[in-house]
Design a protein around this ligand. Structure first.
Ligand SMILES: NC(=O)c1ccc[n+]([C@@H]2O[C@H](COP(=O)([O-])OP(=O)(O)OC[C@H]3O[C@@H](n4cnc5c(N)ncnc54)[C@H](OP(=O)(O)O)[C@@H]3O)[C@@H](O)[C@H]2O)c1
Length: 256
């Protein structure tokens, strides 16, 4: 069953003297985990949402099932929004790359799961966050972890290119809405470059037939071009701590 479960040792509302809050989707591993670790080290109260929910600060949630995912998302935000904060950071990071392959060969169930994770649940997550924290008076930011695939077309990645492009456009629209608010969020897109995570490992498992650029991606790993998640997380936090332009797209390569 998929419903709101906090790790037994978790206490979202534990007293934290700095009262800065970071909520990150997909913080169980990869880039999301590195973001959680660095925000924790910086004294933030951190909450992450993922299926495996392995951390004391995790909330179990399956973005492939948007309707069910709403329950833990809403319960988490309802609880967290009761407190005041000095800063609130919301990071939409959870995403799938697959299914990889030509559009005509994608199984309908995989197409739906991809769009549910990367688009529908991401938009529900961000919309609920805005709703929960709109009247909080502290500095507030929303960062969408995007991809070069949002602006480049890659054979075999039609869903990923479409979902990343769609979310970027969603964020730009949120940004113009927020500009009209009395207590606005700053909403930005961030391109995190290429990172040494399970997502890249999954890409290297694709067939050449489905993904003609396979050898280039294997070579990138072999010659050490993938960035460590910690390096990318540090650059993202640097972006979020710098004066940001609402609605802008940032590239971490300018901040490493
Ligand atoms: N790696 C790269 O080179 C690269 C390049 C450009 C952009 N990005 C972007 O960077 C972000 C992080 O990617 P990553 O490389 O760190 O990926 P990753 O290692 O595969 O981690 C993905 C995260 O998303 C969560 N997630 C996946 N499916 C989910 C679901 N159904 N419900 C809830 N959570 C789910 C995973 O948690 P569970 O498995 O526990 O659910 C995990 O925490 C993504 O937005 C990705 O598109 C990555």
């Amino acid at each position: 069953m998929n419903f709101f479960t906090l790790h037994p040792s978790s206490s979202i509302l534990l007293y934290n003297p700095t009262m800065k809050l970071a909520i990150i989707s997909g913080g169980s591993k990869g880039l999301g985990l590195a973001l959680c670790q660095q925000y924790l080290a910086n004294g933030y109260r951190v909450v992450e949402l993922s299926r495996s929910a392995p951390h004391p600060f995790s909330v179990q949630c399956d973005f492939a099932q948007p309707q069910a995912a709403l329950l833990p998302i809403q319960a988490t935000f309802a609880e967290l929004s009761r407190a005041d904060y000095d800063e609130i950071v919301i990071i939409n990071n959870a995403a799938l790359l697959g299914p990889i392959g030509p559009s005509s060969r994608k199984a309908p169930a995989d197409v739906i799961a991809h769009l549910n994770v990367n688009v529908t649940s991401a938009i529900l997550f961000l919309g609920q966050a805005i709703n929960a924290f709109q009247t909080h008076t502290c500095p507030k930011s929303i960062a969408n972890i995007s991809s070069g695939a949002a602006i480049k077309n890659i054979f075999g990645w039609s869903l990923y290119c479409a979902s990343k492009a769609g979310l970027e456009h969603y964020i730009r629209t949120v940004a113009i809405e927020q500009a009209e608010q009395a207590q606005p969020f700053t909403a930005i897109n961030i391109d995190p470059d290429i990172i040494d995570t399970d997502m890249q490992a999954g890409i290297r498992q694709a067939s050449r037939d489905d993904f003609p650029a396979l050898d280039r991606f294997i070579m990138r790993k072999d010659i050490g071009l993938l960035r460590p998640p910690a390096q990318v997380a540090a650059a993202i936090i640097r972006i979020l701590n710098s004066p940001m332009s609402n609605g802008a797209r940032y590239d971490i390569t300018d901040f490493v």
